[in-house]
Design a protein around this ligand. Sequence first.
Ligand code: UGY
Ligand code: MN
Length: 247
Amino acid sequence: MNSPYGQTRTRIAARHALLAPDGHVKGNVPGITGAVVVTLINPAMGARFAQLLVTFAAGGRAEFPGNTVETAGYFESGGGTVAIEGRKAKCGPGGYFFAPAGAAWSISSPRVGTRVTLFQKTFVPLAGVDAPRPIIGAASDVAGQPFLGDPDARLQVLLPDEPGFDLAMNVFTYQPGATLPFVETHVMEHGLLMLAGQGVYRLEDAWYPVAAGDAIWMAPYCPQWFVAMGKSPASYLYYKDVNRAAL
Ligand code: UGY
Ligand code: MN
């Protein structure tokens, strides 16, 4: 996108970041071929996880070995075949998966233009608790629950809410005018992709206009708030680390 005066909504701060699509620069990532990959968030920014945006071309493929890293993936558009060790299933728009640490996984035969977001982190095992299992699902099968009682702000929790899982991947959908009910300030970290609509995100002491395609990083304890604006619902996909000891 042309920016004759060097303007962008992108802002990288010490404890939060907004990445608008006009700043995207592709960079190859081992394991992903035939695709444009943008590493939106990773430890170089200060995060403890990575958020990748993958747009597949013809013949594209993702193939990762089983190691200490776990991956949660979400198909924003298009589709393809996900295989996690013995399991194999087709995912379309709204399809998602979780590949636990130690499990080799792949995405094959993607439709041209398929956009997939990958959240990756090093798994933190919890003694005495079963390690998380592979998951392949569809967001359309997950009911949106009113968030803290507000039917206009609905949360779809895509992964099992079980102590073995040390990450969550959710979709949050707001009717126009709906808000996060208070300014959240919490130890958990977030990576976020705006899927639809627009609004204003408060991050620390700044308020940002945001729209579909934008990505956000919120460090632990980054004060955060959102209001959906415009005439259609706003929704975002987000990552959160969960279920582990404070010390
Ligand atoms: O799960 C969450 O912490 C969520 N309510 N945060 C957010 O949407 N920024
Ligand atoms: Mn939050």
